[in-house]
Design a protein around this ligand. Structure first.
Ligand SMILES: Cc1cc2nc3c(=O)[nH]c(=O)nc-3n(C[C@H](O)[C@H](O)[C@H](O)COP(=O)(O)OP(=O)(O)OC[C@H]3O[C@@H](n4cnc5c(N)ncnc54)[C@H](O)[C@@H]3O)c2cc1C
Length: 291
C-alpha cells in the first residue's frame, strides 16, 4: 500500500522540533528510524498530516559512557550502534545482546532504541533488559525536561507517559553495581527474524553471600513489559541456590498474564516464562560472580 500524503519537517534543534509538535498538534507524528511508523502509515493504522523527523538534530545520536555514572543513549542512536559500542558490549552485555538479536540487520541499522520504547509494543525487546538495569528516560517538553524510571513509563499497548507535545531525548542506564550481572533471553517462532513471543530480562546484585538486589522483567506476556515482584521477593536477601532460582522462575510464570495470539498460546508463553527466567537468572548470577 502507498504512503498517504503528509508534510515532512526536519528541524535542526530539539526546541524547534518541540515548537513544531505544538504547532501541528494531534496531526503530527515524531519519526526516528521509521521502522514502526512507516509500516503503520503504509497499512493505514497511522495517518499523520505532519511527520517530524529527528535525524537532523545534532548530538541526538550520541552514545556516552561515564565510568562514574553510567551510559546515556541519545534518542537517535541506531540499534546497531548500541549493539557494537565497546562500552555497551563490555559493561552492559545484556543490552548489547538484546539489541543485537532483535529484528534483522536492516531494521537494526535504521531503528533506534528510543523508537522501540516509544512504540510501546508489549514485546519491545529492549525494555526488559533496560528495566532490569534500572534505566530511566529523559523526556523534553514545553516546560523543560523530566526523568521517568523505565518501569513507570509504559501505560498499555502503544501507550506511554510521553505527552503529545513531548519528545524522548535520551535513555540513561546507571553504572552496574559491583558484583552485579544482567541477562536477556528471548524466544520466537522463527528464531531471530520474528518478534519475541516471550522475553525476559534479569539483574542480580550480590553482597557477601546473599543476593542484595534482583529485578526480573517479562516481555510479551502482559499489556506492558512487567516486573515480577513476587518472584523477585523469593530471591531477595537470600543465598542463590538452584532450588531458589527454580522457585522464582515458576513464580514469574504465575505472575505473567499472557494472551494467545499468532505468535504463541498463553499456555506455551507461561511455560516459556519459567524456562527463560531460570536461564536469565542463572546467567545474570554467573556474570555477577565474574566481576
Ligand atoms: C521487519 C521488522 C522486524 C522487527 N522486529 C522486531 C523485533 O524483533 N523486536 C522488536 O522489539 N521490534 C521489532 N520491530 C519493531 C521496530 O523495528 C522497533 O520497535 C524499532 O526499534 C523502532 O525504532 P524506530 O527508530 O524505527 O522508531 P519509529 O518507527 O521512528 O518510531 C516508533 C514510535 O516511537 C515514536 N518515537 C520515536 N522516537 C521518539 C522520540 N525520540 N520521542 C518520542 N516519540 C518517539 C514514533 O512517533 C512512533 O510512534 C521490527 C520491525 C520490522 C519492520
Amino acid at each position: 500500500m502507498r504512503l498517504p500524503k503528509f508534510e515532512y519537517f526536519e528541524p535542526k534543534t530539539l526546541e524547534a522540533a518541540l515548537s513544531m509538535l505544538i504547532e501541528k498538534g494531534s496531526d503530527a507524528c515524531v519519526l526516528a528510524g521509521g521502522t514502526d511508523v512507516l509500516v503503520k502509515m503504509r497499512n493505514g493504522r497511522l495517518m499523520p498530516k505532519a511527520v517530524i523527523g529527528l535525524q537532523g538534530i545534532e548530538g541526538l545520536n550520541n552514545i556516552n559512557f561515564d565510568p562514574a555514572k553510567g551510559l546515556t543513549i541519545g534518542a537517535m542512536a541506531r540499534i546497531s550502534d548500541v549493539v557494537s559500542h565497546p562500552d555497551v558490549m563490555k559493561r552492559y552485555p545484556a543490552l548489547s545482546h538484546a539489541a543485537g538479536v532483535m529484528a534483522n540487520v536492516q531494521v537494526r541499522n535504521m531503528g533506534t532504541i528510543a523508537g522501540n520504547l516509544c512504540n510501546a509494543a508489549p514485546s519491545a525487546e529492549n525494555a526488559p533488559p533496560l528495566m532490569a538495569m534500572r534505566a530511566q528516560v529523559t523526556i523534553v517538553g514545553p516546560t523543560g525536561a523530566r526523568h521517568i524510571p523505565l518501569d513507570q513509563f509504559f501505560r498499555g499497548p502503544g501507550l506511554t507517559k510521553i505527552e503529545a507535545s513531548e519528545i524522548m531525548a535520551s535513555i540513561f542506564v546507571p553504572l552496574p553495581a559491583p558484583r552485579s550481572g544482567a541477562s536477556y533471553k528471548r524466544i520466537s517462532a522463527r528464531c531471530g527474524v520474528d518478534i519475541a513471543a516471550v522475553c525476559v530480562g534479569a539483574m542480580v546484585a550480590c553482597t557477601e553471600e546473599v543476593c542484595s538486589e534482583v529485578r526480573i522483567v517479562l516481555g510479551a506476556v502482559a499489556p506492558v513489559p512487567m516486573r515480577a515482584p513476587k518472584a523477585e521477593g523469593i530471591i531477595q536477601g537470600q543465598k542463590l541456590t538452584r532450588d531458589l532460582v527454580e522457585k522464582a522462575a515458576a513464580q514469574a510464570a504465575e505472575e505473567s498474564k499472557p494472551i494467545s495470539d499468532v505468535r504463541a498460546t498463553a499456555d506455551y508463553r507461561k511455560k516459556m516464562v519459567e524456562v527463560l527466567t531460570f536461564r536469565a537468572l542463572e546467567q545474570a548470577y554467573e556474570r555477577a560472580m565474574k566481576l
